[in-house]
Design a protein around this ligand. Structure first.
Ligand SMILES: Cc1cc2nc3c(=O)[nH]c(=O)nc-3n(C[C@H](O)[C@H](O)[C@H](O)COP(=O)(O)O)c2cc1C
Length: 309
């Protein structure tokens, strides 16, 4: 018998991080939230991931930086941002005042930079967790930590040791073995693992014999990559006990439920924010009913419930 929506508990636990609900918005697709407040009641979200910040300001890659393909969006922004100090001064006070868990996404150029940035954020009001973006395909050296298990484990472990704040490792699908990377992040002590960042791709203007993106290659996102993301989440959930945050092409309540069944405890909506900014609200509205239909009272009862035999 379906559970009554009022009996349903939407809160989720990701290691040491507790969220009021499992619907989050992905880094790089929601600005610093201010831009979205006229379009979305951001205070309802389970968590907000602002655009990844780096130690120093970055101007990002040459244009073009985004291209629409026949199936999915290609981007190569190159981590355009004003740097961690500007973020702390100009964005964090506003974000922290929203009453929503803020998960700060960081990318270091080196191991030491990741650790130093984590330490800088330690104890700052408004920072609920830190997501280590070790999966950006659009900056040189950006994915090394996400493709080499030893580097991944070491950077996660030392960031974890540098702060009392929960640590999330965001992994790339552009590897031979997702489980190997998930195991490395888990061994490093990650509170949760986010999967996936974008899938490497490119687009070409054959008449000009030119790449469409200034950076030649970029990351594919949107519903086109959902099957890849579901597979990555499923494989990671089979390999580790660490909670997984599913990302990749999520646009509807059915997508969200599929990710839970595959093994995700929470999800992040990304590219959909560009073409349907209301998607996170629609999913939140539909979630209690879908959980009732599934006969569960909390998300944990659904996580990894896929039947394969
Ligand atoms: C324009 C754009 C910018 C992005 N910037 C970031 C970023 O700064 N940091 C990050 O971790 N992921 C970034 N991503 C990746 C998304 O957070 C997400 O992992 C990916 O797009 C897959 O989810 P989706 O298909 O729902 O968009 C970006 C994606 C897009 C489309």
């Amino acid at each position: 018998m379906p559970a009554a929506p009022s009996a349903i508990d939407l809160s989720v636990q990701l290691g040491r991080l507790r969220l009021p609900n499992p619907i989050l918005v992905a880094s790089g697709t929601f600005g610093y939230a201010r831009e979205m407040t006229g379009l979305v009641d951001v205070t309802r979200l389970g968590g907000i991931l602002p655009k990844t910040i780096t130690a120093q300001p970055r101007i990002g890659n040459a244009p073009w930086r985004t291209i629409e393909t026949a199936a999915g969006m290609l981007n190569s922004i190159g981590l355009d941002n004003d740097g961690i100090e500007a973020f702390i001064e100009h964005h964090l006070p506003y974000l922290g005042g929203l009453g929503v868990p803020i998960i700060v996404s960081i990318a270091g150029k080196s191991h030491d930079e990741f650790v130093a940035m984590t330490r800088r954020l330690d104890g700052l009001e408004g920072v609920a967790a830190v997501e280590l973006n070790i999966s950006c395909p659009n900056v040189s050296g950006g994915v090394d930590f996400g493709t080499d298990p030893a580097m991944c484990e070491r950077v996660v472990a030392e960031c974890r040791a540098a702060t009392a704040t929960p640590i999330i490792a965001k992994l790339t699908p552009n590897v031979t073995s997702v489980p190997a990377m998930a195991k490395a992040a888990a061994a490093g002590g990650a509170d949760a693992i986010s999967l996936i960042n974008t899938c490497l791709g490119m687009a070409i203007d054959w008449r000009r014999r030119r790449p469409m993106l200034g950076n030649v290659v970029g990351g594919l996102s949107g519903p086109a990559i959902k099957p890849i993301a579901l597979r990555a989440v499923y494989q990671a959930a089979q390999a580790v006990d660490t909670p997984i945050i599913g990302i990749g092409g999520i646009a509807t309540i059915d997508d969200v439920m599929e990710f839970f069944v595959a093994g995700a405890t929470a999800v992040q909506l990304g590219t959909v924010n560009f073409y349907n900014p209301q998607a996170s609200m629609e999913v939140l509205d539909a979630l209690p009913g879908a959980m009732g239909q599934a006969g569960v009272k909390c998300v944990a009862e659904l996580v990894g419930s896929l039947v394969t035999k």
